[in-house]
Design a protein around this ligand. Structure first.
Ligand SMILES: [Zn+2]
Length: 422
């Protein structure tokens, strides 16, 4: 039951303005609403809840029809990361870039970044990537110092840290492990560096209860820096970030309207997991109405003790498509990754799921040829003990395995490979 108070809190005015704009300007939505015979001259919240969901495949199939501005207005073209399927084009105009800057300013502010800070970007600004641009614009808006080192290059990262004394990094969590290893090998006093916090992207740091997961714990056991998890995507043009209370991700309610839906398309209860469905607010070039992200999050519900957030969500627990049905239990790839990351001696691994002859999910963990029989046994035991799954084990030479996990041009490590056909 949605109360009027909840709608008020969730910026009903912004939402209705955005719906009207979108249906008038976006060829895709104009056509869709006409075909479905949806009248928006007067509508209430209950009508909004009946609007059809927009799926990722709609965005891919009718990509250009989502553009709601004149072509000459567009100033940025980016693509989605293409983790599942082909990357999709996304375009932004001046207002969208200003909105993106505001969004990222809010995200950095939430994590405690001010104009007195210096932030080092260890992520790429190019390669058709929106996030690097968003960080750049957000930090410019804050007026903080900014060092654009880009992806990789641990030597240049440490040189920059020692030279410019940044207070924060923006980084992919697993890259932090590499940075520490590089520092250890090269006698760099990383423990006394200027870095006090890291804004993390691309990989999960926290579990469904918002506790640090094994990767988060591993980083903190090596390096005592405050880790902030964030969640964002090209399509949403919006970042969900945690504040220093670390109780969950805040929803920026003036920039995005969120729903968390179960299999039946109904809003989940607090403590339940569902698919995040978003309506972007204030987006002009490619506005999305009830866009099904495919990302599964848990509705944490409690208001944050910082009192800035009315509702919190967990980090992404997995992709809806990636759910593995294993002998009656449901497992997300991230849960397996969380478990395997605790094994100190396992240098690399990849999880694969395929359909077997029975048309059910078959789980394989690919490990390096070089690891011991004992470790193979431990992998089976720990997965059986924690998640009640017994995977097949396949071995590959470490160099070959690495080239599959870090393929050319991939923005993040491919720890999970889905060989099922959807
Ligand atoms: Zn908070």
């Amino acid at each position: 039951m949605i109360t009027s108070q909840k709608i008020k809190n969730n910026n009903w005015d912004l939402l209705t303005q955005q719906i009207e704009y979108t249906i008038n300007k976006s060829p895709y939505y104009k056509r869709l609403f006409k075909r479905k015979n949806i009248d928006i001259t007067s509508f209430e919240y209950k009508d909004f809840l009946k609007f059809p969901l927009t799926q990722k495949k709609d965005l891919a199939q009718y990509n250009d029809d989502f553009i709601a501005v004149e072509k000459h207005e567009i100033i940025e073209y980016v693509t989605t990361s293409g983790t599942l399927g082909n990357p999709v084009t996304f375009a932004l105009n001046e207002e969208d870039l200003q909105r993106l800057a505001l969004n990222e300013q809010k995200s950095f502010n939430l994590a405690g970044v001010t104009k007195n800070d210096i932030v080092q970007l260890t992520t790429t600004l190019d390669k058709r990537f929106i996030a690097g641009l968003a960080y750049f614009l957000g930090l410019r808006k804050i007026g903080a110092g900014l060092i654009r080192v880009g992806a990789g290059a641990p030597a240049l990262q440490w040189d920059s840290i020692q030279r410019f004394k940044p207070t924060y990094l923006v980084a992919v969590p697993s890259f932090l492990v590499k940075l520490v290893l590089y520092a250890q090998e090269n006698q760099i006093d990383f423990k006394n560096s200027s870095i006090k916090g890291v804004i993390c992207i691309g990989e999960a740091l926290r579990d469904e209860n918002h506790e640090l997961n094994s990767l988060g714990k591993k980083i903190n056991s090596l390096w005592d820096v405050e880790l902030f998890s964030t969640y964002a995507s090209t399509e949403m043009c919006t970042a969900f970030t945690e504040c220093p209370q670390h109780q969950g991700l805040h929803i920026p309610e003036d920039l995005i309207y969120t729903e968390i839906l179960n299999e039946e398309g109904k809003e989940v209860e607090i403590g339940e997991v569902g698919e995040l469905v978003v309506t972007t607010l204030g987006v002009k070039t490619m506005p999305l109405l009830r866009y099904a992200t495919g990302d599964l999050v848990k509705k944490l519900g409690q208001t944050c003790s910082c009192e800035q957030a009315r509702q919190l969500i967990s980090s992404v627990l997995g992709r809806k498509q990636q759910l593995i049905k294993y002998k009656g239990t449901s497992v997300y790839p991230q849960q397996i990754i969380n478990v395997l990351a605790t094994l100190e001696n396992l240098p690399e691994y990849q999880i694969q799921v395929a359909l077997n002859e029975m048309e059910t999910d078959e789980l394989t963990v690919v490990i390096p040829l070089e690891v011991s029989e004992n470790l193979e046994q431990s992998i089976k035991e720990i997965l059986k003990g924690t998640l009640r799954v017994t995977p097949l084990i396949k071995r590959l030479a470490l160099t070959e395995l690495k080239s599959r996990i870090f393929p050319e041009g991939s923005r993040k490590p491919v720890r999970f490979l889905d060989l099922r056909k959807h």
